[in-house]
Design a protein around this ligand. Structure first.
Ligand SMILES: Cc1cc2nc3c(=O)[nH]c(=O)nc-3n(C[C@H](O)[C@H](O)[C@H](O)COP(=O)(O)OP(=O)(O)OC[C@H]3O[C@@H](n4cnc5c(N)ncnc54)[C@H](O)[C@@H]3O)c2cc1C
Length: 601
């Protein structure tokens, strides 16, 4: 270690001992290459978090490995999955994780003459964090200054028009309208005379936001001080608006639709996929990763990219590169029906100062499919798999957003939660491992991970070049992808023509979203083309919007399961929601019995 690094570690040690003062009786720490390792015991999970976050906030800390114990901590619940010793592939790069990040990197790498494998333990693309979020392509303006995630968000946002055009995915720049209301600075409200408070809200806050936009390079940000203009843009927002900030670069996508399109395009350009392939360890030579050990066999590789979302820390530890701990932060979202779109057209949020810690505060946003979302919340949870929803979370969201659009009377269709893979320094960790060769971390990708993803992929390409991977552009790279046909979006003449050519286009399977049998079959064929072995209901749902309408699958789920059963030649009882263990024959056995569907469907 050089002198500068040693001095930096000493400085970090000094700072950590100061921030952990009240915990030092029970907590020990070591610093190595700007990574802080914490051991000992805390009195509660909240204290464990507080310790990690305090250390993570120290300037210069590049990772916090928090191994402090707390009462009630569940023992490491690793599933016993047997590793196979068979050699199943030999690649230049193996990407672990087919969420938005791994998929974006795979597609970016498919532009070059190298052999790439994309590996995921789930049966399909986007079955992790990527499937449950707001899908907002943030501008970057809400993020704190000085973070990697902020820069990558601004850059990634600017890349979305071209990306969406090439892949034929739905992307809309709806713009953000962030309201400054009398509630925006609660701590100052009672301390200042009302006229001064309103002056601050109308002039000082917009000025600060505009200055931040200039520093970050977020284009087109505008302060609106005329209430009439705010109401012209969004007639239903609350009456106590004082001013607003318009952020035209804010956009929306369906993240799973994008991830699927990325993998389809990557596969067309030569990337191989390995689904239902769980990474269990690594083969190393001279402290360099040379192979990935999975339940299906060993994949030889020159370099590994760790894009494993919530489990990036587990994967890093398996490689001997544990440089951070991921702590899960849950976000609950309310999803409203399509009629709710009459209440707004922008991403609408209320500016809160000071900002709530570790969250942008949530928003009300339309989705590209024409629904409305409220949320998310930001609740620390101890389990990475905790996607439960509670009455308290729902009340929190209603309490907050009902004030923003008081006349909102949308029909609540679904409550769901996603879990953010947060690091203790609250930033993305994108760099080569410090002590192991051939291993790149792309970890801690919480929000704005979707927005930043295109820029993250470009950064990873630069890191690979730096690590000595030769990247020669492919002459025959095909940038575009044929978008799938959506029956309900086609003009009547086109619908007629399709039905005449193939009657399956006329067989409507999902009444709510008007999805036809032909679309379900197309989705199954597309899944097979990218290497999906287990055709799941969720896989078909994310490709067609079946089961996403008002009935949430009550009427169409069994029909789709029957089509999968028939088309793939599997027992109806074995069709699953999202892979092994979620077979419909278990959860919905009653439905099957009631409807009297035979085993063959
Ligand atoms: C409630 C909520 C709202 C959000 N809203 C937004 C938003 O509006 N805009 C935005 O930009 N961002 C948003 N985000 C953040 C965004 O969803 C994430 O940044 C992004 O989805 C992370 O993608 P990923 O590919 O890193 O992770 P994932 O999608 O989780 O992918 C990781 C993959 O790794 C696989 N994996 C894990 N372990 C193994 C193993 N051992 N072997 C093989 N495979 C493995 C998993 O199966 C998974 O598929 C939100 C997040 C949440 C929770």
């Amino acid at each position: 270690m050089n002198v500068v690094a040693r001095l930096k570690d000493r400085w970090i040690s000094w700072r950590v001992s100061r921030v952990l003062k009240r915990y030092l009786d029970s907590v020990r720490f070591q610093v190595r290459d700007s990574i802080v390792f914490l051991h000992g015991s805390a009195q509660s999970y909240e204290e464990f978090l507080d310790i990690g976050l305090k250390v993570g906030s120290v300037r210069g800390v590049e990772g916090v490995v928090n191994e402090v114990e707390w009462p009630g901590k569940a023992p490491e619940g690793r599933r016993e999955v047997a590793a196979s010793k068979a050699l199943i592939g030999d690649y230049d790069v193996v990407i672990i994780g087919a969420g938005i990040i791994g998929s974006m990197i795979a597609r970016e790498l498919s532009k070059y003459e190298i052999r790439v494998a994309l590996v995921d333990k789930n049966p399909d693309v986007a079955m992790g964090v990527t499937k449950a979020n707001n899908g907002i392509i943030h501008s970057g303006l809400e993020e704190p200054l000085g973070k990697i995630k902020t820069k990558l968000c601004v850059r990634g946002n600017a890349m979305y028009d071209e990306l969406a055009r090439e892949l034929g995915v739905r992307f809309k720049r709806i713009g953000g309208l962030w309201l400054i209301t009398l509630r925006s600075m609660p701590k100052l409200k009672d301390k200042l005379p009302m006229s001064l408070y309103v002056f601050m809200l109308k002039y000082v806050v917009p000025l600060i936001v505009k200055m931040k936009a200039m520093v970050l390079g977020v284009p087109g940000v505008r302060a609106i001080r005329s209430i009439d203009e705010v109401k012209r843009l969004e007639p239903h927002v609350c009456d106590d608006v004082v001013a607003a900030i318009q952020v035209p670069t804010v956009g929306i996508v369906e993240p799973y639709e994008l991830a699927i399109a990325l993998v389809e395009n990557a596969v067309e350009n030569g990337v191989d996929t390995f689904f239902e392939t769980e990474v269990l360890g690594f083969e190393k030579e001279d402290n360099k990763v040379v192979g990935v050990i999975t339940n299906r066999g060993i994949i030889r590789t020159k370099i590994v990219i760790n894009a494993a979302g919530l489990y990036a820390d587990v994967i890093a530890e398996l490689a001997g590169a544990k440089e951070y701990t991921i702590h899960p932060r849950k976000g609950t979202i309310l999803l409203f029906d399509k009629r709710s779109m009459k209440y707004l057209s922008h991403e609408v949020a209320e500016i809160e100062l000071p900002r709530p810690p570790r969250t942008k505060g949530g928003a009300i946003n339309p989705t590209v499919s024409g629904n409305v979302m409220w949320g998310p919340t930001a609740i620390e949870v101890s389990s990475k798999e905790d996607t439960s929803t509670s009455r308290e979370d729902v009340e929190l969201l209603i309490d907050k957003f009902a004030k923003t659009i008081p006349s909102f009377k949308g029909k609540l269709m679904r409550i769901f939660a996603g879990v953010r893979p947060a690091t203790f320094n609250e930033d993305f960790i994108i760099r080569p491992a410090k002590w192991v060769k051939g291993f790149i971390h792309v970890a801690g990708i919480q929000s704005p991970g979707i927005a930043a993803a295109p820029a993250i992929a470009k950064l990873v390409i630069n890191i690979l070049r730096h690590e000595g991977i030769r990247l020669v552009p492919k002459k025959n790279f095909k940038a575009t992808r044929e978008p799938e046909l959506r029956f309900n979006e086609l003009p009547a003449e086109k619908q007629d023509e399709l039905i005449r050519r193939n009657p399956e286009w006329g067989n409507v399977v999902c009444q709510c979203e008007l999805v036809t049998e032909a679309e379900v079959i197309n989705a199954i064929e597309r899944m097979k083309r990218i290497g999906v072995k287990t055709i799941t209901l969720d896989g078909v749902k994310f490709r067609t919007r079946i089961m996403m309408g008002n009935c949430q699958g009550s009427f169409c789920r069994l029909r789709v399961a029957s089509i999968i059963s028939r088309h793939c030649g599997i027992d109806l009882w074995k069709v699953s929601l999202r892979g092994g263990g979620s077979e419909i024959g278990v959860g919905d056995v009653k439905v099957l019995l009631q409807t009297g569907v035979s085993k063959s469907g």
